[in-house]
Design a protein around this ligand. Structure first.
Ligand code: ATP
Ligand code: MN
Length: 476
């Protein structure tokens, strides 16, 4: 039986079997207490071994990290903090763990150290809690869309279009690295490559997502996304998961409404279904906060923050209004921003965080960015200068969602592709959807790990994905 279920049983001395990994073993006046965890819950079950109940040699192998199966009877717990425990009659040791060598000791390890033992860190309380929350959020995403009439569309991971993120892509090739076939002018001849053209790992499923929305009305993608950007920040991974809904007949306001309702629902789902894990992470965070200076300490606990965001309306302002607020701000006037503020700049995370954390103190949806700092497919506003873009900014995270209403006018879209230098023949299929039955449509991309960061209260994106991929790091 999973420990999660076992802890809910009424203890009647019934025989039970538990399998899991030993968190701790302590011996007191010849009675051994073993805390076992199987990952099904943050809570351990306590197994009590009376003197002589199990052979001495067996008990010796039961050390922190060992994997065991315990048989015994379920009884009311004598100890604090748990309602039931197992009175052990038999132990089977599947795998011992030499205490001299096992890296995970029953003490607090630093997150940096745990990153170096990515193969074992899922066995810690912190990471198992994060992984369960991650699972719950992924499930909630599918549930939300399913209940709202969206279809899950699988967009390709290998892409032949370089319309987005040129230079930030990982090439996919079967050509030899040394002496690849060359064209007459000395360039690599991709005609000889596996697909007969240059291909990359996708940076977004959006363009194909639009093709789906212009047939099924409401679709979403949820899959891995790759960016070869060399940004070593706590918010960027080279491989991350992105959720991208795309909706026909949605304009910018509908898109914002969906983004707000969607993220709030996901947070509420986690609060409802992951209470124990969130409580654990909240306590962890409180301990960490105590080591910080008073002014840097968070005013809200994790649960309070999650409640606050899921119960309050997001602020909606235009990029132009945001620039005005920043120009009027203290840090700007005192020259404290590292990057200058002026209409037309791409907002830096210091600017986004000022708006969200200092000025509004809640999530903000920024709209109507200058067209020159946004992608070619965003719908041009009547002013000819701004596009119907929307970025959702979260406290402590910055941008969590980027989206827009898409340009549905063939001539205008063609014009924009030319302006930004995208070759027509590379996305002829995308352009053609605007010639045949074009429709107003909109969509957005939610960075899944940034959502998990927010919900878990963790501060480094490397700690909310099981096996992070970042520059110079792909060990596990
Ligand atoms: P940023 O400015 O933070 O780099 P972006 O503008 O490049 O983000 P988009 O291309 O709009 O982001 O992608 C949509 C969402 O995907 C972002 O809002 C963010 O949540 C997430 N995201 C983007 N890049 C990364 C990354 N390298 N690692 C993890 N999540 C990412
Ligand atoms: Mn980016």
């Amino acid at each position: 039986m999973q420990i999660k279920e076992l802890l809910l049983q009424t203890p009647n001395q019934q025989t039970v079997m538990v399998k899991g990994w030993v968190r701790t073993k302590r011996v007191s006046s010849s009675v051994a207490f073993i805390a076992i965890n199987d990952g099904s819950t943050i809570h351990n079950i306590q197994a009590v071994v009376a003197d002589g109940a199990v052979a001495e040699e067996t008990l010796k192998l039961v050390t922190t990290g060992a994997c065991i199966a315990v048989t015994g009877s379920l009884i009311p717990s004598q100890g604090q903090g748990q309602s039931v425990e197992v009175q052990v009659s038999d132990i089977l040791v599947y795998g011992s763990a030499d205490p001299e060598k096992y890296p995970l000791q029953p003490k607090k390890h630093s997150l940096e150290f745990l990153r170096e033992i990515g193969h074992l860190r899922p066995r810690t309380n912190t990471f198992s809690a994060i992984l369960r929350i991650r699972h719950a959020l992924a499930f909630a995403i599918h549930q939300y869309f399913n209940e709202h009439g969206f279809f899950y569309l699988h967009t390709p991971i290998i892409t032949g279009s370089d319309a987005e993120g040129a230079g930030e892509m990982f090439r996919v090739t079967t050509l030899p690295a040394i002496q690849p076939p060359l064209t007459e002018d000395g360039k690599v001849d991709y005609k000889e490559d596996f697909f007969g053209k240059e291909t990359n790992l996708t940076v977004s499923g959006q363009l194909e997502g639009e093709l789906g929305a212009l047939a099924l009305s409401k679709i979403y993608t949820f899959g891995p996304t790759f960016r070869a950007e060399n940004s070593n920040t706590t918010r960027h991974l080279a491989e991350f998961w992105m959720v991208e809904p795309e909706m026909a007949f949605f304009e910018l306001t509908d898109n914002m409404n969906l983004a707000e309702d969607f993220t709030k629902s996901l947070i509420k789902y986690a609060l409802e279904h992951c209470a124990d894990d969130i409580a654990f992470l909240e306590k962890r965070l409180l301990d960490e906060e105590k080591t910080k200076k008073k002014e840097e300490q968070s005013e809200m606990t994790l649960t309070e923050k999650l409640r606050f965001v899921s119960e309050n309306t997001f602020e909606r302002i235009t990029y132009t209004e945001a620039i005005d607020i920043l120009l009027q701000s203290k840090p700007h006037k005192q020259g404290k921003f590292n990057y200058p503020v002026a209409w037309g700049i791409d907002l830096q995370s210091e600017h986004e965080r000022y708006l969200v954390e200092k000025h509004f103190k809640k999530p903000v949806i920024l709209t109507h960015y200058p067209k020159d700092i946004k992608a070619f497919y965003m719908k041009l506003e009547d002013d000819g200068k701004t596009v119907r873009a929307m970025d959702v900014l979260f406290p402590g995270i910055g941008e969590i969602i980027g989206g827009s209403q898409r340009e549905d006018d063939y001539e205008k879209l063609l014009q924009r592709t030319k302006e930004v230098g995208i070759e027509e023949e590379s996305i002829w299929w995308y352009l053609q959807t605007r010639q045949f039955g074009s429709a107003p449509h909109a969509g957005f991309g939610l960075g899944f790990e940034r959502l998990v960061l927010f919900v878990t209260g963790m501060s480094n994106i490397r700690d909310v994905i099981p096996f992070p991929r970042t520059p110079k790091s792909a060990e596990f």
